[in-house]
Design a protein. Structure first.
Length: 275
C-alpha cells in the first residue's frame, strides 16, 4: 500500500488520468492525499469531482480557495469570475449532491509526521492547533447555518491571528490562512497581493514556511496553491503545485519514499498551452 500526495488538479482531468496511470494507483490498496483546488480554470471540473467523490475512503481531500469559490458561486453569494470554468458543474443534475460532498471535506489533515493543507499555516500555529482551528471551520461548513459562512467568507481582514477572535472574523481568518496564504510577516500578518515567486516579496514579509520559529516545522507540511513556487521537497516541506493549468506538470509524491512522479501538461486540454 502506498500513499500519494497530488498537487492542484483544477479541472485538468486528462492530466490526472495520465498521472494515475504512471503511479499505477489502485484504490483498493493505495491512498491519495489531494491538496485542494480540485476545480476551476481547467475544462473538466465535473469529471474531477465525480472521480474524487467516487474514491471514498481511498482519498483525503482538503479544500482549496477555488473549491470554496465554487460553493460561494453556487449558493449565489458571488458571481463567477471571467476566467472561471464552472458552468458544467453548476448545471450538473447531481450538483446538490456534489456540493454536499464538497462541504464535508476537510480544511486540514494530519497523520503521523505529515500535515496536509491547501496554502499554508501561520507561524504561531502548531499542527495540533491548526487541526483544532480547521475543525471550527469544518463544523461551520457542515452545519445547518453553512450559508451564513459563505455570505461572509470573502475579505482580507483580519490579517493577523489573535486567540480572542470570534465569530465570522475568526472563521475567515482561519480559512484565508489555510486556503490563500503565501507571504506573511515573522509575526504572522498575512499579505494577499503578491503571487509571484518566493524571492519576490514586499518588505517585512517572507514566504510563510520561512518564518522564524514556525511552530509546525516538526511536521512535513504538504501544500499546493503556489504555482510560481513550483516543486519543493524538503525534510519538512512539500510544495506540489507545479502549474499544470499553465502548461507545467501535475505532480505526485509517494510519501513512503518521497519519490516524485510527474506528467507534462503542455498540450493537454486545460493547459493554457493547449492548441
Amino acid at each position: 500500500m502506498s500513499t500519494y500526495a497530488i498537487g492542484d488538479i483544477q479541472g485538468c482531468f486528462q492530466a490526472l488520468q495520465l498521472l494515475l496511470q504512471k503511479i499505477e494507483f489502485n484504490p483498493e490498496f493505495d491512498r491519495l492525499w489531494l491538496v485542494g483546488d480540485l476545480v476551476n480554470r481547467g475544462p473538466e471540473s465535473l469529471a474531477v469531482l465525480h472521480w474524487a467523490q467516487g474514491l471514498g475512503e481511498s482519498a483525503v481531500v482538503v479544500l482549496g480557495n477555488h473549491d470554496l469559490h465554487l460553493l460561494a458561486v453556487a449558493y449565489g453569494f458571488v458571481k463567477a469570475h471571467r476566467k472561471d470554468t464552472l458552468d458544467e458543474v453548476l448545471a450538473a443534475p447531481d450538483r446538490d449532491r456534489l456540493f454536499e460532498w464538497l462541504r464535508h471535506q476537510r480544511l486540514f489533515y494530519a497523520e503521523s509526521d505529515y500535515a496536509l493543507v491547501h496554502a499554508g499555516l501561520l507561524p504561531q500555529w502548531t499542527v495540533k492547533k491548526a487541526a483544532a482551528l480547521a475543525h471550527e471551520v469544518e463544523q461551520a461548513l457542515r452545519g445547518k447555518h453553512y450559508l451564513d459562512f459563505f455570505e461572509h467568507m470573502y475579505g482580507n481582514e483580519p490579517k493577523a491571528w489573535r486567540d480572542d477572535l470570534h465569530g465570522m472574523a475568526r472563521l475567515r481568518m482561519i480559512t484565508n490562512a489555510m486556503t490563500r496564504l503565501r507571504f506573511c510577516t515573522p509575526e504572522g500578518e498575512m499579505e494577499f497581493t503578491h503571487k509571484g515567486p518566493p524571492d519576490i516579496y514586499p518588505a517585512d514579509y517572507l514566504p510563510w514556511y520561512e518564518a522564524p520559529a514556525r511552530k509546525s516545522c516538526a511536521a512535513t507540511v504538504i501544500f499546493g496553491h503556489w504555482s510560481a513556487l513550483g516543486l519543493e521537497v524538503r525534510s519538512n516541506l512539500m510544495a506540489l503545485d507545479t502549474g499544470c493549468l499553465w502548461g507545467g506538470a501535475l505532480t505526485a509524491v509517494r510519501l513512503e519514499d518521497r519519490r516524485v512522479f510527474q506528467v507534462s501538461c503542455q498540450g493537454l486540454p486545460g493547459s493554457t498551452h493547449w492548441k
